[in-house]
Structure formats: C-alpha cells, structure tokens
Design a protein around this ligand. Structure first.
Ligand code: MGD
Ligand code: MGD
Ligand code: SF4
Ligand code: MO
Length: 723
C-alpha cells in the first residue's frame, strides 16, 4: 500500500486547525500540513501541528499499561491493570468509605472525545467531592463571571474577530498561543485582516509581545491591575455619558455606582497606565462602529480574575457591543450546547481544609495538596489523574509532588511517564491520536464562526482499547462494577446505551434508537448529539454524523448570530450587569488602590513551540527560542547585579534560573514560562535533556482569586538576585 493522505483535526490547541496527514505503509504519520480545504482554518498550521507526526511516533510514549514495580514500572496486560485498580479501590472503600478518592483532569480533556463524553461517568463512579481540574488554573474566572451574568458558565461571549472594528485585548498573546476561549484558526491572520480593513487593535500586556508588535497600540500594565483599568474605562463611559445598552439588562445603576470611585487618575499608580490614555480608550470603545473587549489567561489567573472577566463583558454590554455583529457574541455550536434550565450558582459547598468554594461541581486545584496532606475524615488517599501534569501546572507544584508520592494509590491515564504520572501505581495509556475519533465538543462553543468537523479514527486500534473504553472501564473498576465484559456487556456499551436512552427519552424520541448511525456506540452518541443540536436533522436542520462524514474538511455554519435572550439562564432572563457575588469583591479591589505594590513580581508566558508541559520531548520543538528563561528588563538586571543566572525567591519557594535580558518586559516584572522543570526520573529523553525549571515552585497555592478559587500565576511577589 502506497503512502496515503488522510484528514484530521489537530488536537493540540484551541485553534482546531484541519490537518492533512500522510501515512506510510506501516500506518506511521510521515507528514502533517494544513488542510487547505478546511473552511475555517484554510490551510493554516503552526509548528506544533506540523510536528504531529513526530509526536505520534515518539518512541517514549507509553503503549501498554504500566504497574509500579519498586522504583520503576513494569509492563502489564489490561486485565491485570484493571483487576489491580478494582481491588485497591475496594480496599479503600472498605477502610475509609467513599470520599477518600479524588480526580484531577488536565487540559487535553478539552480536546478529546473521551474527555467530553466519558468523564462524567468516571466522576460519578468515584462518588467524591474531590474533583479538581486545570480549569481552576485557567479559565474558571471567565466561566464564573459568565455564569453569574448570563446564567450558564458555558455561555461565554467571544470577540467577533472577523467583523469587529476595534479589539481591546488584555492578557492574551495569540501569536504564541493561537488563541484561547476564542476558537480562531490562524488568529494571527485574522488580526492582520482586522487592521487591513481599517480596524484598530489595542493590546494590554506587561510585555511587548509578538501580538503587541502587530497592534496599533500597546499599553504596558502592572500585573494583576486589569480590573482597575477596566473599572476606570467604565467610570469614563458613565461619567462622559457614553453608555449605550442594546440588550435587556439588570443592574446598570449598581454597575455605575461601583465604578464611581475608580476615576482614571485613581488607578494610574496601580496600573501604570496614564489617565488620558484610559479616557481615550473609553472614548474610542464607545465611538467605534463595532468593538469587542477580549481578555485571557494573563487576566484570569490573577488576584481579581473573576471581577476582571465580569468587567470585560460589562463594558461589552454598555458600549452596545454585546450580542451584536462585530462585538462580543455567542457561538451556536452544532453539538454539546447548554443543557441547564436553572441559573448557575457557585459555592454550593466548600472544600474541607480551606473552605474554598465549589464551582461547576469542582474544587480549586490550589487546595489539592491541602486535601492530600491534611489528615482526617475525607482526606484524599487515592487519586486518579486523566491527561494532566499538576506537578508542573498547579501552584506550589513542589508541594504537590511530595503529596502525590505519599498517596495510598494513584492511577493515571496519560501518554507519558511525566513528573506527575511517575507517582502512579498504574498508568493506562490512551491509543495514538490517529486511532481516536475527534470532535471538538468544548472548543466549538467558543468559535468565532460556527463550524463543525468530525474526524474518524484513521488507523484501527490493533488490540488497544480506545481512550473512551479506558475511561468507561475505569469507572466500572473504581466503583466495584463488573469491568471485564466485552461487546454489549462492556462498560463502554453499557454507559453509551444509558446515555442514549436518556437523551432519546428527554427528546420524546425513544422509538428512534435504531436510526442512529456510526461504527460504534461512541459515534452513535455523536450522531444523536448532532441530530438533536441546533442544526440537527431531528431539529429542523440537516446535520448528522453522516453529513460530517461526507464533508471531511468540515462544514461552515456561517457567521455568529445574535442569541439573546434565548441563551440566558438567569432568573431575570436579562443580562445581569451587577451580580451581588461580584459586587461583593469590589471593596477588596478598592482597598488595593492605595496599597504599595511589591518591588518585583513574576508573571508567566507561553511559547509558540511548547504546549504546557507535554511537548518538550519532540526534538524539533525544543531549543532556540523555546527555552526556559527568566525574562528581565536590562535596568532591573543592572540594578540587581544579575549575571547569566539569577536566584528568584517567592513565599512558596526558590529557583535558580537562566536570565534573558529584554526591553520587551516592564521594569519591575519578570516572566518565567510554565511547563518546564522536567525530572530525571521521567522516561522522556529529550525533555529530560532540556529540563528547565518548574515555575510553579514559585507560585503560591495559598493565594487564589476569591470568587472562583482560581490559582494566581500573574503578579506573584518575588525577590531576584544574582545566583
Ligand atoms: N505558572 C503557570 N502555571 C500554569 C499556567 C500558567 O500560565 N502559568 N497555565 C495553566 C493552564 S492555562 C493550564 S490549561 C494548565 C495545564 O495543566 P495540565 O493539564 O495539568 O498539564 P499539561 O501539561 O497540559 O498536561 C497534559 C497531560 O496530558 C497528556 N496527554 C496529552 N494528550 C492526551 C490524550 O489524548 N489523552 C490522555 N489521557 N492524556 C493526554 C500529556 O502527556 C500530559 O501529561 O497549566 C496551568 N498552569
Ligand atoms: N504555543 C502554545 N500555545 C498554547 C499553550 C502553550 O502552552 N503553548 N497553552 C494553551 C492553553 S492551556 C491556554 S489556556 C492558552 C492561553 O492563551 P493566552 O491567554 O493567549 O496565553 P499567553 O500566550 O500565555 O498570553 C498571556 C499574556 O498575558 C500577559 N500577562 C501576564 N500577566 C498579565 C496581567 O496581569 N495583565 C495583563 N493584561 N497581561 C498579563 C503575559 O505577558 C502574556 O503575554 O494557550 C493555549 N495555547
Ligand atoms: S494552531 Fe493549534 S490547532 Fe492549529 S496546527 Fe497549531 S497546534 Fe494545531
Ligand atoms: Mo489552559
């Protein structure tokens, strides 16, 4: 068989680019390029997507279950691995009852079909409140703000990138990250197009990033101060009578009152942004025919993360740009949209040790180490991790590293032995990406154009279970259910039939089970979700699994359309501009106005050829600009007497780091990327040889965004001196 060309969505970041893969006779991926016929990504590919083959062929990937054996691991069969898991969880339940186990879900779950469709069953099976994920190290503030303003935490507006006249972007660097909570393949091209059509781009960032270089205007801001800047913009809009509200809202007067004290002058010291620039920004936002404010990770993982995300959409609303073309709009995804009928409510329970709030059923990852270390009823003794590396990604990572080493039992579903999974007693590997189906249930909720694409598994499973089957079997094993059945008796088929029956029943279509198509029950579930979705064949439209299989480059479903008030789930059925839970944090914010800022603070950054912690084992991607360095302004370096290496210390820990001098960072701010700090004991030869340091040794898990419990990675007080 000659090399063949196959199509697949890139699973590596939120841009969901179409890939054209060439596979050799042995089913190895020989090359990957952008799929020019994909109507959304139109051939765009970044260096990571182009390295898809090297990643898929990495000889260091785990390919069979591994069971802890002394200091290392031995290979094992699937039955043996699951029998051991079932036995150990049964012992745990007998000794401690339920609630002694926990789960941590990492970022790639947002990209896999298994993560979208089978984690709910696994979480239920564990019957625990110890549910943690990368969300509380990432976007949770945005979801809480959206939940309180719109009633559902998945109802997150995105900038209408392709039509806006004015984009204010804070704390995002899509030229390196390719975008986040804003699914937009070729984000760089879309920004260039914005400027080419006469639009204006303003970037707010403590660093002069590659995105800032593309902008009309770049404003340096002191880390953690975005809420002050946005409040001062709001203040100006109200003070100068520039407010236009075009959607039904509640709370406009309360919002005005809250903004009252934040005059542009009052926030200058805190933000570092001159008052006249803030006023001009507010006037331009109001005057632009269409405008959108968009803020991402730099503003989420900060002390006032949730307040900041609220103010972003409050400004979108009071400048008449919410839910209108060219403004901030809600996508209409083909499958997996909001299912809730009652308004979102955070803090329904709190964590055991620190009483931090529950949000969307989970607890903050910043308290995972507390829950592992602190004895007493409800202490975590066994942990499941799926697609995550919290030792490198969670705050106070070094503490977590020790905690994991002391667990009674740990199971990890992961491709690699890494800094986290090395502590597992059992590692269960997913199959290769090309052996997995792909549909972006999560990311297409945040797309800047409505679009759908399904990728079938391109290569047969050759005896390995799908990741969906692994998760379903794990759910059975941890809850003492039979886990070894096959065919219709397999845990996967049992879960799928339950879900399908439930969805059909809810839709009043229980007689239509036989009409679902697909090679297996997973595909049948996808077929059902598409058919019942807003474009679905059973909902007045045409979409089904068949349509997507017939259009393997993907289907364009048109530009974003206004969706209010239909998507609202607030009790008032209006947009809530001043939810009490958010107003409650404003006093703390105003108290910070007069506070003296620390002399030096740490922020993070992303690098084009990295992907959080897990792509440093690809030789073509590490080295050159992709190294773990501390960016320092030359003035700071000479003042502090820094040489090539520096010692950096925070309340949580200390590191010796490689210094990179650059004018691109504000004086008083240093930046270290996360995801580095690879341990010797992991079986990733390239990553170990390019180890770097773990930025999260310095971040402090005792400091969180009060409302969402999200970790604070930006604005961490540090001292820096010569090494
Ligand atoms: N200091 C600091 N820390 C941060 C951040 C920061 O900006 N600064 N950013 C935060 C953010 S935004 C995030 S999202 C988190 C990420 O935090 P995590 O999700 O905990 O970490 P990742 O490095 O993304 O780890 C992903 C893991 O999934 C595995 N994997 C990859 N593909 C698959 C798959 O298909 N199936 C399975 N089962 N496993 C797979 C990889 O081998 C890897 O071990 O880090 C956070 N941490
Ligand atoms: N190449 C690559 N792409 C990725 C990832 C990766 O690791 N590598 N990770 C993926 C993930 S999990 C995510 S969540 C997304 C994130 O995507 P983005 O949000 O675009 O993330 P970054 O590129 O880190 O950009 C954040 C910017 O915030 C700035 N910043 C830091 N502190 C502050 C602050 O207090 N205020 C303001 N205004 N700015 C601040 C930083 O200098 C940085 O330039 O990227 C995704 N894409
Ligand atoms: S931008 Fe993201 S989705 Fe596109 S090729 Fe690169 S890693 Fe893949
Ligand atoms: Mo993330």
């Amino acid at each position: 068989m000659a090399p063949r060309t196959l199509l697949r969505t890139c699973p590596l970041c939120e841009a969901v680019c179409g890939l054209t893969l060439t596979l050799g006779e042995d089913d190895r991926v020989l090359s990957a390029r952008g799929d020019r016929e994909d109507p959304f990504s139109k051939g765009f590919v970044c260096p990571k997507g182009a390295s898809f083959g090297q990643l898929d062929n990495d000889p260091d990937l785990v390919t069979t279950p591994l069971i802890r054996d002394g200091a290392g691991f031995r290979e094992a069969g699937w039955d043996e691995a699951f029998d051991l898991i079932a036995a150990r969880f049964a012992e745990l339940a007998a000794a401690h009852g339920s609630g002694a186990s926990g789960i941590y879900l990492g970022n790639p779950n947002a990209h896999t079909v298994a993560g979208a469709l089978y984690l709910p069953a696994l979480i239920r099976a564990l019957s625990t409140r110890h549910i943690y994920s990368a969300s509380t190290a990432d976007q949770m503030p945005k979801q809480v703000a959206a939940g309180l303003m719109f009633g559902d935490p998945l109802t997150v507006p995105v900038p209408d990138l392709d039509r806006t006249d004015f984009l204010l972007m804070l704390g995002a660097n899509p030229l390196e990250s390719n975008g986040s909570l804003c699914t937009a393949p070729d984000f760089p091209g879309r920004l260039k197009a914005l400027r080419a059509r006469g639009g204006k781009l303003v970037v707010v960032d403590p660093r002069a990033t590659r995105t800032a270089a593309l902008a009309d205007q770049h404003l340096f801001i002191r880390p953690g101060a975005d809420a002050y800047l946005l409040f001062a913009v709001l203040h100006t809009l109200f003070a100068e009578d520039l407010v236009t509200v075009t959607v039904e809202v509640d709370g406009l007067d309360e919002l005005r009152a809250a903004a009252q004290e934040f005059t542009p002058e009052s926030v200058v010291a805190r933000t570092g942004v001159p008052a006249d620039i803030i006023r001009a920004l507010a006037r331009e936002l109001a005057a632009a025919p269409t405008a959108a404010v968009y803020a991402r990770i730099g503003t989420c993982t900060a002390e006032f993360g949730t307040v900041t995300q609220w103010l972003v959409d409050a400004i979108n609303a009071v400048t008449g740009n919410l839910d209108s073309p060219g403004g901030a709009m809600f996508a209409t995804a083909a499958a997996g949209g909001i299912a809730r009928s009652r308004p979102f409510r955070p803090g329904r329970w709190t964590s055991r040790v620190r009483e931090l709030p529950e949000v969307m059923g989970e607890l903050p990852v910043a308290t995972l180490a507390d829950e592992i270390e602190t004895p007493g009823p409800g202490q975590i003794r066994a942990l499941v991790t799926v697609a995550g590396n919290p030792v490198l990604s969670a705050p106070s990572g070094a503490r977590l590293d020790k905690g994991l080493a002391g667990l009674d039992f740990m199971v990890s579903v992961d491709r690699y032995v890494n800094e986290t999974t090395r502590h597992a007693h059992v590692i269960l590997p997913p199959p290769r990406s090309v052996q997995s189906p792909h549909y972006d249930f999560a990311l297409l909720q945040f797309a800047v154009r409505n679009y759908a694409r399904y990728s079938q598994p391109l290569v047969p499973l050759d005896g390995r279970p799908s990741e969906s089957a692994v998760l379903a079997r794990l759910a059975a094993a941890v809850s003492g259910q039979p886990h070894a059945g096959t065919g219709a008796e397999s845990p996967l088929a049992v879960v799928d039939e339950l879900v399908i029956a439930g969805m059909l029943h809810k839709a009043g279509m229980s007689d239509r089970r036989d009409e679902l198509t697909g090679a297996d029950t997973t595909e049948q579930r996808i077929d059902l979700m598409l058919k019942l979705g807003p474009y679905g064949a059973w909902n007045g439209g045409e979409l089904s699994l068949r349509t997507l299989l017939d259009n393997p480059h993907g289907i364009d479903l048109g530009p974003l359309r206004p969706r209010l008030p239909g998507v609202l789930r607030t009790a008032s059925k209006r947009v809530e501009l001043a939810p009490p839970q958010l107003l409650a944090d404003v006093d703390r914010l105003s108290a910070g106005l007069g506070a003296t800022a620390p002399e030096m603070v740490l922020i993070g950054r992303r690098q084009l050829r990295s992907n959080n912690s897990w792509m440093h084992n690809i030789a073509g991607l590490v080295g050159g600009s992709n190294r773990c360095t501390l960016q320092v302004h030359p003035d700071d370096a000479s003042r502090l007497g820094l040489g090539e290496r520096a010692e950096i210390t925070s309340a949580a820990g200390a590191l010796t780091v490689q210094v990179e001098l650059t004018q691109a960072i504000m004086p008083g701010v240093v930046s270290l990327p996360h995801g580095w700090g690879h341990a010797d004991s992991v079986t990733q030869s390239v990553a170990s040889a390019n180890a770097g340091v773990n930025a999260n040794v310095l971040t402090d898990d005792s400091v969180v965004d009060a409302i969402s419990g999200t970790a604070v990675f930006n604005g961490v007080p540090v001292t820096v001196g010569p090494a």
